[in-house]
Design a protein around this ligand. Sequence first.
Ligand code: RNT
Ligand code: ZN
Length: 424
Amino acid sequence: MAAKTKKLETAYQLAREQYAALGVDTEAALQRLATLSISLHCWQGDDVGGFESAGETLGGGLAVTGNYPGKARTPQELRQDAEMVFSLLPGRHRFNLHASYGEFPAGKKVDRNEIAPQHFAGWIAWAKGLGIGLDFNPTCFGHPLAASGFTLSHPDPAVRQFWIEHCQLCREIGAAMGRALKTPCVTNVWIPDGMKDLPADRKGPRERLAAALDAIFKKPLNPKHNLDAVEGKLFGIGAESYTVGMHEFYLAYAVKNKKLLTLDSGHYHPTESMADKISSVMLFVDEILLHVSRGVRWDSDHVVILNDELLSIAQELVRGNFLHRAHLGLDFFDASINRVAAWTMGARNFLRALLYALLEPYQTYQELELAGDYTARLALMEEAKTLPFGAVWDYHCLRHNVPVGGEWLAEVKRYEREVLSRRQ
Ligand code: RNT
Ligand code: ZN
C-alpha cells in the first residue's frame, strides 16, 4: 500500500513540474476541482421508475432499455446505491430528485397535485446527514393526464391546471429542500409536450405553455432556497415533428423572466455542440443548469464518457470563467449495465473532464490567439493532449480517499455481489 502511494505521489510530482513548465499550477487546479459539486440524478438508479406505485409506463418520449438485475426498488435502496456512488467520487456532490420519487403513505394515493414537502422529508433528512444539497424536478410524464403527450400546453384548461399546480408545488418543495439544507435547490421544469406528426397549430400550444409558466412562477421564492430552471429539447420519441418547449422558446423565456436556462447535451442535433452555446447564453442569463448526457443517434441519454463533447463542455466552463454560474448535473439512464457503475462512470468522467480543462494552459492559448499566432495555438493544444493528466487525477483521488484509476470497478463488483444481486 505504502509503495503504491509513493508511486502515485512521485508520478504526481513529475506531472506537477511538467505542467508548471507551461505555467499551469496543478495545486490550484485541484483545489478548484474540489469545490465543484455534481448533482447526481436519481433516475439512473431505477430507470426513471420512481415510487408512486401506480405502475404507469414512462412515456413522454423517454425510453430506458435494458434489464440489468439489481435496480433500486425503494427509497432506502436508492439512497444506499447513491451513497455507494458518492463513496467513489472525490469531492462533495448533490442529489437530484424527481417529484415521482417522494415517499408516499402506503395505500393512499397522493396525486401529483397533492405532493408536499412532507413527502420528501426522508430525502431531506438523508441529505442533511450526508451534508449534501438536493435539486428537484416536476414529473410531467408517466401519468394518465400526460398520456396525450401534452401537459402544460394541453388544450384542456383542467389538465393544464393540474400540471400548473404540480409545478407550483414542486417549487415549494424545492424551497423547503433549499431552506433545510442551506443551499439553493434548482427546480428544473421539463415537459414532454409535442407531436409525432405535423401540427396544424404551432403557436397555440406555445402560447399556452408561456401562460402556464407565468402562473407557475408567479409566486416569488427566495433564491437562497429555490432557483427556477427551464429545459428545452429538439425532439423526443413520439414527438418527432414538433416540440412545444423548443430551445428558442425557453431561451427567450429565461432571458425575459430571469430564469435559469437548462442545457442538456443530448438535446441537440447530433452535429450541433452544446458547449458552443454556453458563452452565448451566459451573456444574457445569470446562471445555467447543465444536464450532461451523451446523445447517440435518436437517444439523448447514454452514459457520459470522456469524449470530445464532454471535454469541450468543461473547456467552455473553465475558459469562460463560468463555473460559479453553472449548476453541474448529469442526465442519462442506462439499464443494460450495472446502474451504480453507470452513475459512477458518468460522474467521474465529468470530474475528469473538468480537471482536464482546469489543467490546460488556456491562458497561453488565448494570448497566442490574440497575437494572431494560430500555428502555435494549434500546436500547443495538440501537445497538451498528452500531458500527464492521469497522474494528477489519480493523485486527486488518492488525496480524497477514493479509489484510484479503475479500482472503483472492483468496489462496484463487490457491491453487486453483496447487495445488488440479493435484490430479487
Ligand atoms: C428529457 C429531459 C429531462 C429528463 C429528466 C428525467 O429529455 O432531459 O431532463 O431526462 O427529467
Ligand atoms: Zn435533461
